[in-house]
Write a protein that binds this ligand. Structure first.
Ligand code: SF4
Length: 79
């Protein structure tokens, strides 16, 4: 298991790009349910992560909304 010293750190599985999930994620799986084109779950570790960056407006809009919806503010965007 990855040793986490900073919860704001990006989960290592995130694909390169502006959207990411950090280790604050509590694995509620909302993002992988709502935006399955971009987020998926690591059930073993209990978190979701970005496996594909948004490639169109619909996907981008969902990612933006999820940044508000996530209960622990674990989704970031450094774009
Ligand atoms: S919505 Fe937030 S807490 Fe829930 S799985 Fe996604 S990143 Fe994790």
């Amino acid at each position: 298991m990855h040793e986490v010293t900073n919860l704001n750190e990006r989960i290592s599985e995130n694909i390169t790009g502006k959207y990411y999930v950090n280790y604050r994620c509590i694995g509620c799986m909302l993002c992988s349910e709502i935006a399955s084109a971009n987020f998926t779950s690591n059930h073993l570790e209990g978190y979701d992560y970005v496996y594909k960056q948004p490639e169109n407006d619909t996907e981008e809009q969902l990612c933006i909304e999820l940044m508000d919806i996530c209960p622990v503010n674990a989704i970031g965007n450094d774009g």
